[in-house]
Design a binder for this molecule. Structure first.
Ligand code: P1T
Length: 379
């Protein structure tokens, strides 16, 4: 089955009671049993819920994976993955990554004895150099948040497979429409479902997709034992969101490329980060690894003035200033004070994330209106 057909149908069947084409919102906390232990496969809604089952199957199909497991947020999914490890285990993560991912690693799990190294994994040789006998897992984002750098999944997975390490790919920025990390050697793909999968800025959710049965059992155990499950209404909203993922992503990509081109020719704009630009240092890798280049663009103004960057962000009329991304509406974010504020300034700057960086989540409005908004704001 092709992507669009899976997006609309996978995991969903007409309701057996009524024939309703849409999976019902099973808004229930428990399920009546005929006799102790004799039931229809559902006991308690933290453990199983039919609306959540449909979504989990849908997301697994979109990522070409066997198992899908949903959590109450993207960070809930990250939390579950980190709970697979023990004190003394080391995790190597890309140095350019979502601030909340850095925060849960350093401020929560490091306290429990896990060890973390943050390394520029856009060069796979840096991974070889960072490995130690304690390394158990490698965590990457590609494209990265917010600098839109790429990590070569095939090159990294060749290293992790040779050493028996787990490779986790946070596929939030690309979405399964643009790349499927499991097909490129990842063991686990993780999503902030809040973003492109939900697509309408109305839900917070996370997901993990994987093929390994034993690992899926362990993660399902953690999902139930630790309890960070999404509610059925949110699962319904995301099921509605994924039905249009392919169509939305096409427009996100088209609009973002137009905007990246406009910005890169603008006399007041400095560096523009977008993997679809020929000038992106990893454009060839992007063409090889991704089916298109996504809806996220980040840029700096010439002169590197923070007040000027703030003035531009305040001047937008169509782009709304706020955290998050991946919704149909365009958003603008100031990573240094918003999404990446939990990473110390020295760490941010070491990785090339300047206080003046502006991040755009390009929505699916008409490109001319978005470009006009940039034109009137960047003066
Ligand atoms: O917000 P939540 O659903 O918990 O997901 C966390 C998360 C994980 N991974 C990536 C790549 C992310 O971008 C996020 C959340 N990011 C934002 C809110 C943001 O504006 O970047």
């Amino acid at each position: 089955m092709n992507f669009g057909t899976k997006a609309i149908h996978a995991g969903q069947h007409p309701d057996p009671t009524t024939g309703a084409i849409m999976t019902p919102i099973y808004q229930t906390s428990t399920y009546v049993q005929e006799s102790p232990g004799k039931h229809k496969g559902y006991e308690y809604a933290r453990t199983q819920n039919p609306t959540r089952d449909a979504l989990q199957a849908n997301l697994a199909a979109l990522e070409n994976g066997k198992h899908g497991i949903c959590y109450a947020s993207g960070l809930g999914a990250t939390d579950a993955i980190l709970k697979l490890f023990k004190p003394g285990d080391e995790i190597i993560a890309s140095s350019d990554l979502y601030g909340g991912t850095y925060r849960i690693m350093v401020r929560v799990f490091q306290e429990f004895g896990l060890k973390f190294k943050f390394v520029g994994l856009d060069n796979p040789a840096n991974l070889e150099a960072a490995l130690s006998p304690d390394t158990k897992m490698v965590w990457i984002e590609t494209p990265t948040n917010p600098l839109l750098r790429l990590v070569d999944m095939a090159a990294i997975s060749a290293i992790t497979k040779a050493r028996g390490l787990m490779l986790v790919v946070d596929n939030t920025f690309a979405s399964p429409y643009l790349q499927n990390p499991l097909d490129q050697g990842a063991d686990i793909v993780m999503h902030s479902v809040t973003k492109y999968l939900g697509g309408h800025s109305d839900t917070v959710m996370g997901a993990i997709i994987l093929n390994d049965d034993a690992l899926a059992d362990r993660l399902r155990f953690i999902q139930n034992a630790c309890g960070a499950v999404p509610g059925p209404q949110d699962c319904f909203l995301v099921l509605r969101g994924t039905k249009t993922l392919h169509v939305r992503m096409q427009r996100h990509c088209e609009n973002a490329l137009k905007i990246a081109r406009y910005l890169s020719e603008h006399p007041k704009v400095g560096q523009v980060n977008y993997p679809g630009l020929e000038s992106h240092p990893q454009h060839e890798l992007a063409k090889r690894q991704m089916r298109d280049f996504g809806g996220m663009v980040s840029f700096e103004l010439k002169g590197d003035s923070l007040p000027e960057a703030v003035r531009v962000m305040e001047s937008f009329k169509v782009f709304s200033l706020g955290e998050s991304l991946g919704g149909v509406e365009s958003l603008c974010t100031h990573p240094a004070s918003m999404t990446h504020a939990s990473i110390p300034k020295e760490e941010r700057e070491k990785n090339g994330l300047k206080d003046t960086l502006i991040r755009l989540s390009v929505g699916i409005e008409d490109a001319e209106d978005l470009i006009e908004d940039l034109r009137q704001a960047i003066v």
